[in-house]
Design a protein around this ligand. Structure first.
Ligand SMILES: [Zn+2]
Length: 265
């Protein structure tokens, strides 16, 4: 069924037992085929039960239901005029009282329903905040792990340090590497002139034997934020290099060397 959902007011009226005639028939037809409206109706029915507003205590006659519905609709459309037109000329006191209590009940049900929905929204907000808190905690834990790794590498006697220098004809820049082969950790910091928009700088460990090992992408400016790279432990490096590669990097170096640093011995 592609037609739009039923009016929220109709859901409340139906739950109050105050919807009849063709409205009731088409309402029920829609609700049968629409899970969303069925859920809304269930909520409204639970509310009316909770508030003791179900059909039995109200028991308005069909004419009262009609008047009630017309008044509710009239207030929606043209608040003053329609309400006056549709109102019976003479209304007994008992009918007035029934109408008044039915209205009070309906307004209360609507108010509670709105509060209930607000509460749901608030619960969703709380869930979203909890999600944000969790990811912040995960980020903090990751940062703490990185700091531990850096401290470990900096403090290890077998960590080597080397400078990566700019190449003739290449962009100006300089970088520093801390490398611990036993831990398999490379710490890179430095700065190079910005790469073209469709290019990336990529760091490589050049082993004493075999092909260069991808150590990931580095930004042009990593002078204030070092990059910590984990590689398989035990690699024997003879040099490190930064190359200019197609955007996103390559599995093996293809572009010109931008920064190079060789290890002594
Ligand atoms: Zn629907």
């Amino acid at each position: 069924m592609t037609e739009r959902h039923v009016n929220p007011e109709d859901i409340d009226l139906y739950a109050l037992g105050a919807l009849d005639g063709q409205d009731k028939v088409s309402f029920e037809a829609h609700v049968r085929s629409c899970a969303e409206c069925r859920r809304e109706l269930l909520e409204a029915q639970q509310l009316t039960m909770l508030l003791g507003l179900a059909e039995a205590p109200l028991a308005p006659s069909p004419s009262v239901k009609g008047t009630l519905m017309r008044r509710v609709r009239a207030e929606k459309a043209e608040p003053v005029q329609r309400a006056v037109q549709d109102q019976p000329r003479r209304t007994s006191w008992s009918l007035r009282l029934t109408l008044a209590s039915a209205f009070a009940a309906l307004l209360l049900a609507l108010a509670v329903s709105r509060l209930w929905k607000l509460d749901h929204l608030r619960q969703q907000e709380i869930a979203a905040l909890q999600g944000q808190l969790q990811s912040a905690q995960a980020q903090a834990a990751q940062d703490a792990a990185t700091i531990r790794t850096v401290n470990q590498v900096v403090g290890a006697p077998d960590t080597v340090q080397l400078a990566l220098l700019q190449q003739p004809g290449g962009p100006p820049g300089q970088a520093h590497i801390l490398f611990n082969a036993r831990l398999g950790v490379v710490i890179y910091s430095g700065e190079v002139a910005s790469a073209p928009a469709d290019r990336s700088y990529q760091l490589w460990l050049v082993p004493s034997a075999g092909a260069p090992v991808n150590a990931g992408l580095v930004a042009a400016n990593q002078s204030n934020q070092a990059v910590v790279v984990h590689l398989p432990p035990g690699l024997v490096a003879k040099a490190f290099a930064v190359t200019l590669e197609p955007h996103g990097g390559m599995p093996s170096p293809t572009g010109p060397k931008v920064l190079v640093g060789a290890l002594n011995g």
